[in-house]
Design a binder for this molecule. Structure first.
Ligand code: COA
Length: 387
C-alpha cells in the first residue's frame, strides 16, 4: 500500500493520513509495537476484568476511576435521563423498517440536537450532560428499533439496572431465556462495550474532532461520527464478519472460502488494522468472551468457523483478526440481529467520542489540512456561444 508520495517538485502527501500524528491526546494510547492499549493509563484488559462499563465511561471523561460515592452519583445522574421521549418514539416508528439501523441511530442523535435549546453552548458541562443523555437515550432507540421491526412492543427502561443489563432487557425482555436474565451473558456483553469504548484517533473519533474543531455542537459531532463508524472498513466490519460466517455456513469450507476471496483480491472483514500490524490488543479479551458465550449457547460451530478463518488468513497473509472478528459472532450468540451490531458499537463508543469532543473543545485548533492539486492548470472561461 502506498502511504506517501514525494518528488522534487511535489510536497509529501500522506494518503489516508497514514502515519500522521494530528494532535495530542490524554484519553487513550495505542501501542502497536506491544499490541497494547491503555485508557487514561490503565490497560484495557485490566479494565475489562475489574470494572463496569460505567466505571470506564467515568474514567474516560474524568481521567480517574471513580470511588464508590462518585460512581453512585454518576449512575444516579445517568439513569435519571432514561425517560422515553414520545417525540423520539414517534420519529423512530416513522422511519422505514428496511433502512439500516445505523441510519436510525444517526437520525436519533440529530433529532436530540433539535430538542436541546442549549445545543450550541460550547462548554464542558454541557458536553457531559449530552453524553449522559446519549448514553440513556441511544440504548432505548436501538431497542425500540429492533422490537418495532419484529412487531413487538417497547420494553420500558429500568433505572435500577446498569447500561449493559438494561439494554439487554429492553431488547430481549426479562424472561428466563433472555440474556438479560443470565449474569454471565450480561457480563460478557458488558466486556464488549468496554473494549469498544475508545480507540484514540480512529476515523469516527477523528470525524467528531474535526466537527468540534469548527466550534459546531456536540450532536453534530456525534452524528458525523456515526456516519463514519457505519462504513465497513471501520465499525461496519462487525456486521460483515457475521454475514461472511453465515454465508460460509460450514466451518470445513472456511479455509477454501478465505483462499478464494484472497485470490480474487477481496478484503476479508474483521482482519487487519491501520495501526496494529501484529495483532489487535483487544482481541484476546473479546475472544475469551466469545468462547464463553459459545459454550453457554451451543456455539461450537462459530468457534470452529472463527479458528478456521483465522488460521487460513494467517497462513496465507499473516494478517491478524481485529476486535470485530470475535465481536460479530459473540453478538450473534447473544441473539442480536446482524445489522444491529454496529449500533451496539455506537453505544459503547459514545464514551470515547464525547471524551475526545471535550478534549478538542478545551484545546482547540481548527482542523484544516492542505491538499496537492492535480487538476488542470489555470485557464480562461470560453463564453457559451464560442464553445
Ligand atoms: N483482507 C485482505 N487483505 C487485506 C486486509 C483484509 N482484511 N487488510 C489488509 N489487507 C491487505 C491490503 O489490501 C494491502 O494489500 P496490498 O499491499 O496488496 O495493497 C495490505 O494488506 C496492507 O494493508 P494495510 O496498509 O495494512 O491496510 P490499511 O491500513 O490501509 O487498512 C484496514 C486497514 C482496517 C482498512 C484493512 O485492514 C481492512 O480493510 N480490513 C477489513 C475491514 C475491517 O475489518 N475493518 C475494521 C478495522 S478495526
Amino acid at each position: 500500500m502506498t502511504t506517501s508520495t514525494q518528488t522534487a517538485q511535489e510536497p509529501e502527501v500522506r494518503k489516508g493520513l497514514y502515519g500522521v500524528i494530528a494532535d495530542y491526546t490524554g484519553v487513550s494510547k495505542v501501542m502497536p509495537e506491544t499490541n497494547s492499549l491503555t485508557y487514561r493509563g490503565y490497560a484495557v484488559q485490566d479494565l475489562v476484568e475489574h470494572c463496569s462499563f460505567e466505571e470506564v465511561f467515568y474514567l474516560l471523561w474524568n481521567g480517574e476511576l471513580p470511588d464508590a460515592e462518585q460512581l453512585e452519583e454518576f449512575n444516579l445522574r445517568g439513569r435519571s435521563y432514561r425517560s422515553l421521549d414520545p417525540g423520539l418514539i414517534a420519529l423512530i416508528h416513522s422511519l422505514p423498517t428496511d433502512c439500516h439501523p445505523m441510519d436510525v441511530m444517526r437520525t436519533a442523535v440529530s433529532y436530540m440536537g433539535t430538542k436541546d435549546p442549549e445545543h450550541f453552548t460550547p462548554d464542558t458541562d454541557h458536553i457531559t450532560h449530552v453524553g449522559h443523555n446519549l448514553l440513556a437515550q441511544l440504548p432505548m432507540a436501538l431497542a425500540m428499533d429492533i422490537r418495532r421491526r419484529q412487531g413487538k412492543n417497547i420494553v420500558a427502561p429500568d433505572p435500577d439496572k446498569g447500561v449493559a443489563e438494561n439494554l439487554l432487557s429492553m431488547v430481549f425482555g426479562t424472561g428466563p431465556d433472555s440474556p438479560a436474565s443470565n449474569p454471565e451473558d450480561v457480563r460478557d456483553f458488558e466486556k464488549s462495550l468496554i473494549l469498544y469504548a475508545e480507540h484514540s484517533f480512529n476515523a469516527s473519533t477523528f470525524t467528531a474532532r474535526v466537527i468540534t474543531s469548527t466550534r459546531s455542537d456536540v450532536y453534530s459531532a456525534i452524528t458525523g461520527a456515526i456516519g463514519a463508524l457505519k462504513g465497513p472498513l471501520h465499525g461496519g466490519a462487525n456486521e460483515f464478519v457475521m454475514h461472511t460466517m453465515l454465508e460460509i455456513d460450514d466451518p470445513a469450507k472456511a479455509a477454501d472460502w478465505v483462499n478464494n476471496a484472497l485470490d480474487s483480491k477481496s478484503l476479508i472483514m474483521g482482519f487487519g488494522h491501520r495501526v496494529y500490524k501484529k495483532g489487535d490488543s483487544r482481541v484476546p479479551s473479546m475472544e475469551q468472551s466469545f468462547r464463553a458465550l459459545a459454550e453457554r449457547h451451543d456455539g461450537a460451530r462459530w468457534v470452529a468457523m472463527y479458528e478456521n478463518m483465522r488460521d487460513a488468513m494467517d497462513v496465507r497473509t499473516g494478517i491478524q483478526p481485529n476486535l470485530d472478528f470475535p465481536a460479530g459472532p459473540a453478538y450473534h450468540l447473544l441473539g442480536f440481529p446482524v445489522d444491529f451490531f454496529t449500533p451496539l458499537f455506537v453505544i459503547a463508543r459514545v464514551a470515547g467520542w464525547t471524551a475526545h469532543v471535550v478534549e478538542q473543545f478545551e484545546n482547540n485548533s481548527l482542523i484544516r489540512p492542505l491538499s496537492a492539486y492535480t487538476g488542470p492548470e489555470q485557464r480562461k472561461v470560453v463564453p457559451m456561444d464560442e464553445r
